[in-house]
Design a protein around this ligand. Structure first.
Ligand code: OAD
Ligand code: ZN
Length: 320
């Protein structure tokens, strides 16, 4: 049994998976590789992760407390400021070699042989030209907007939504946040975080169809994932054995996303974890026999690990 972090052994496995000679069960069928990505994939681009990091997303508020329907109902201006800030920071950085390596992996395999599930809402995988047919943005996108009326039943229902809206600022009231200023970072004269001025509802992004509020097209805590998307992912998972499960830069604490790791294992997959703390004592304890764990940055590791299929990764010629 090779060591859990044996790069050559992993690369050999990848070659055998691609050629269908990896197991008797895989013989004669196309390879099947699933990936689950999290905030760690974008860390090398300069975006803060949610957990296990000292770089807070937004100084004085727990992002987990802002990413809820309840927070939005209570103070949509505050939540919109948080998202305007995140939109700006995501736009201000560039995809890294990890995003490009996964995009190249997708192109190197037959259609349907690779499915990349990302929990990231930062738009960096699409900007790295990851083929959309193999990418599922489980938690939505910072750059999608939809009417809050989409959650209403009956005559008040409104289905307005828009994708890839990169406007900055979305409205003048969000201009400061949209310049990447963390308005919560400064302190009052008494050392306390400032109370931000209230933004009236009519100054927040509005639905052009029904004049209700627009909200970010992301999945908040307590909300269901897009059912159509999940149906498609579940169908892919159920379509046959899975050879390899790549778990990249995620703490795998948030469900249902994290549940795909065990589903892949049940479908026969070897699990390879690529994460800064993959080789911590806790990380190694979670390994099953034959699994791989590579402790390091996804941006450094993915181009090397995937090289047998993607070749030497070239720096993108045109900036995304
Ligand atoms: P987390 O912040 O929970 O985990 C990020 C993981 O990335 C940690 O395990 C780090 O060790 C690892 N990491 C950090 N830098 C890395 C690097 N350069 N290379 C590789 N790994 C690195 O982020 P997620 O798992 O994405 O959900 O969090 C899942 C969900 O919780 C998010 O999608 C979001 C969040 O609240 C919603 O908003 C619904
Ligand atoms: Zn509307």
């Amino acid at each position: 049994m090779p060591a859990h972090n044996d790069v050559a052994a992993f690369q050999e496995l990848l070659r055998r998976i691609a050629s269908g000679s990896h197991t008797v069960a895989a013989a004669g069928r196309s390879p099947r590789i699933l990936a689950l990505c999290g905030a760690g994939l974008s860390a090398a681009s300069g975006l803060a992760t949610f957990r296990g990091s000292t770089a807070a997303l937004w100084h004085t508020h727990d992002p987990m407390e802002l990413a809820t329907p309840e927070a939005f109902a209570a103070d949509p201006g505050l939540v919109w400021r948080f998202y305007a800030y995140r939109r700006h920071t995501a736009l201000a950085v560039k995809p890294n070699a990890g995003h490009y390596a996964l995009a190249a992996l997708s192109r190197s395999l037959p259609t349907n042989s690779f499915l990349c599930l990302t929990q990231n809402v930062d738009g960096l995988s699409p900007r790295a030209d990851h083929p959309p047919e193999s990418l599922r943005t489980l938690h939505g996108s910072l750059f999608d907007l939809r009417c809050v009326g989409s959650e209403r039943e009956g005559p008040a229902h409104c289905d307005y939504s828009v994708e890839d809206d990169f406007t900055e600022p979305l409205v003048p009231a969000l201009a400061t946040a949209a310049e990447g200023v963390d308005e919560t970072a400064s302190k009052d004269s008494d050392g306390k975080p400032p109370t931000l001025p209230h933004i009236p509802l009519e100054e927040l992004p509005q639905c052009p169809k029904c004049k209700s509020l627009l909200r970010p097209g992301v999945v908040w805590f307590g909300e269901a994932l897009d059912q159509e998307m999940i149906k498609g992912v579940d169908q892919w998972v159920a379509a046959g054995g899975i050879d390899l499960m790549l778990v990249i830069g995620t703490s795998a604490e948030v469900y249902p996303a994290a549940g795909y790791i065990e589903e892949a294992r049940d479908a026969g997959a070897i699990v390879a974890t690529i994460n800064l703390d993959a080789e911590s004592r806790e990380g190694l304890r979670a390994l099953a026999s034959g699994d791989f764990a590579f402790g390091g940055s996804a941006a450094d590791l993915l181009p090397v690990l995937l090289e047998p299929l993607i070749g030497k990764l070239e720096e993108p010629k045109v900036e995304a």
